[in-house]
Design a protein around this ligand. Structure first.
Ligand code: ADP
Ligand code: TZD
Ligand code: MG
Length: 585
């Protein structure tokens, strides 16, 4: 180990550096200028020094939300978001976010302080003792430990490259506290820093692979393009748009790909989802996995078995054939693949039959018309449609606002009702359908873009992360949180099936005043019961930019069990006979 800082003579301090400062310099050299943080031993001073050195350090109330913020920063910027935590419990709190980032293919780095290696390895009971590196491994794309200050430069480079290259994911970096105090000669230390060149190299598929894809497209009678959050992440917005428009194919955006092309685009088939999934014969997947969110590419939703041929663009070769046969795999980044397809299409007739386009268009129009009527109701208490009709209009008028969305009914309805007009302007529960991402996502969206943020939150979802409204107030962020308060999970009218005095498992305190949580920290809290009042409150919040929580009373009986995915609940054969209440679900 190098000298400890207590051994450094004060007069020599101009010429030395230490682990703390090398770590900060290494991040800054690689253009990472924000840390999402929760302080404590051994990283409290690291946060202070980072702030002193000009980094933005956003301190949260709980590591999970700092971690979610870092992962969302990764999604929005293509640079790994950095979350910093203390050892054992802080590390574990942050680990959920790393696992979630890896699942969503978003780049982030969790940097956790750890206790004395020698004591941890002998299990001698150190302060916050835990073998964090071993525990982190299965949850991330890569995990490293940094034992020596002189390795900081290379370790940060490795962590960045691991996070963003190929399929992005979460990286864990273990920082034994003692390493931070290690001292080095400043010039020598500077030479150890590494600037990562081309951290996520573009990857172009071969000419054969492109030709194969064009052949499949040429044979298409009823083609469809599915855009996923990998395509949104890629930031090749213009090329993707050019490709989609040149093909003329209908496109279906997955939830976080909404806005890559505007939901109001004439080729958008979101409102004809069932029709296009069922009836299409060629499907081009662009940065979207064929996982549970697409019924694994099989079953009734996808029409006749064997009726589809897939072209799949993905940066990860092993994604091909994961659930169904891929007729034309294109392994590469979305931008390069779309560019190669665009070039390869020249001189080939890939135009879809007009009848197909007309059918999809007519179906979408009819569904949108049906929906439009429901959005303009004035029922009190409000239903989801009435409240979301208001928010839809506001986002149409203010399309730069970034929408964050979580819940069950609140999620499913907002996803289909609130149009998104710009790329990466919708952040939600992602591949896991995780609750509690909302405040971290809203904070990261605000910090990374400077835009206004509208977080549309189920009351349960909000409860997982609600304390972070203090963080929102402390940093004075222009975030408007709308809590869809239906007094519970899915519905607020559940009963205790045993007849006892305990509340049902899915209900909360009735008419809880979430608005007062925001007021407690100096923000604006408003409780609303009508669409008009909701509209006024949200417009006021977006106009003023003040941290605001609008507590919107929603009919407790309006929601469905698990929103749109109730079919995923296991069924009990005896319940129907045993509990009369079971019939309601
Ligand atoms: P969605 O939930 O929107 O359907 P998924 O998260 O399931 O999207 O899929 C995203 C896919 O995008 C992943 O398989 C990932 O490997 C891929 N991916 C990530 N970044 C890129 C990129 N730059 N180019 C191509 N594919 C990418
Ligand atoms: N815990 C975590 C971390 N993620 C989850 N997805 C769940 C639990 C289970 N869950 C859902 O899938 S949705 C949901 C939970 C608890 C909350 C739904 O209630 P809500 O939305 O108030 O947020 P609605 O509008 O009442 O449906
Ligand atoms: Mg609810």
């Amino acid at each position: 180990m190098a000298m400890s800082d207590t051994e450094t003579a004060p007069e020599a301090q101009g010429e030395v550096t230490d682990g703390f400062h090398l770590l900060i310099d290494a991040l800054k050299l690689n253009d990472i200028n924000t840390i999402y943080n929760v302080p404590g031993i051994p990283i409290t001073d690291l946060g202070r020094y980072a702030q002193a050195q000009g980094m933005r350090v956003i301190s949260f109330r709980h590591e999970q939300h700092a971690g979610y913020a870092a992962s969302v920063a990764g999604f929005l910027t293509k640079k790994p978001g950095v979350c910093m935590t203390v050892s054992a419990p802080g590390f574990l709190n942050g680990l959920t976010a790393v696992a979630n980032a890896t699942t969503n293919c978003w780049p982030m780095i969790l940097i956790s302080g750890s206790s004395e290696r020698e004591i941890v390895d002998l299990a001698q009971g150190d302060y916050e003792e835990m073998d964090q590196l071993a525990i982190a491994r299965p949850f991330c794309k890569a995990a490293y430990r940094l034992n020596h200050a002189e390795d900081i430069g290379i370790a940060i480079a490795r962590a960045i490259r691991s996070a963003v290259s190929g399929r992005p994911g979460g990286v864990y970096l273990d920082i034994p506290g003692s390493m931070l105090g290690q001292v080095m000669d400043a010039a020598e230390g500077a030479r150890t820093l590494v600037k990562v060149i081309d951290p996520a190299p573009r990857q172009t598929p071969t000419a054969d692979a492109i030709e194969r894809a064009i052949e499949v497209m040429k044979g298409a009678e009823r083609p469809l393009i599915v855009l996923g959050k990998g395509a949104a992440y890629d930031q090749s917005d213009e090329v993707v748009r050019a490709f989609v428009e040149k093909t003329g194919y209908p496109f279906l955006p997955m939830s976080m790909a909404k806005g890559l092309l505007p939901d109001t685009h004439p080729q958008c088939a979101a409102a004809a989802r069932s029709t296009v999934l069922k009836e299409s014969d060629v499907v081009i997947m662009m940065g979207a996995r064929i996982n549970w969110l697409l019924s694994h590419g099989k079953g009734k939703q996808w029409g006749e078995p064997g009726s589809k041929r897939f072209v799949q663009i993905d940066i990860s070769a092993e994604e091909m054939d994961s659930n169904v046969e891929i007729a034309a795999p294109l392994v590469g980044d979305v931008g390069s693949c779309a560019r190669a397809l665009l070039d390869g299409m020249d001189g080939h007739d890939i135009a879809p039959p007009v009848a197909w386009l007309e059918k999809v268009h007519a179906k979408a129009e009819a569904n949108m018309e049906k929906m439009a009527g429901r959005l303009r109701n004035n029922n009190v208490p409000m239903d989801y449609h009435a409240a979301l009709g208001v928010l839809k209009d506001i986002i149409t008028d203010q399309p730069d606002t970034i929408v964050v969305n979580e819940g069950a009914n609140t999620l499913d309805m907002a996803r289909s009702i609130v149009n998104i007009h710009k790329p990466r302007h919708r952040i939600d529960v992602g591949t896991w359908g995780v609750m509690g991402i909302g405040m971290g996502a809203a904070i990261a969206a605000s910090i990374e873009t400077g835009n206004r943020v509208l977080a549309i939150e189920g009351d349960s979802a909000f409860g997982f992360c609600g304390m972070e409204v203090e963080t929102i107030c402390r940093y004075d962020l222009p975030i408007c949180v709308v809590v869809f308060n239906n007094n519970g999970i899915y519905r607020g009218d559940g009963e205790n099936w045993g007849g006892g005095s305990d509340p049902a498992t899915t209900v909360f305190v009735k008419d809880a005043r979430y608005d007062r949580m925001m007021e407690a920290f100096g923000g604006v809290g408003v409780r609303v019961e009508t669409p008009d009042a909701l509209k006024r409150a949200v417009l006021e919040a977006l106009e003023s930019g003040r941290p605001t929580l609008v507590n919107a009373a929603i009919d407790p009986a309006a929601g469905k069990e698990s929103g749109n995915i109730g079919n995923l609940n296991p069924q009990s054969v005896v319940a129907q006979a045993r509990y009369p209440q079971a019939k309601k679900n």
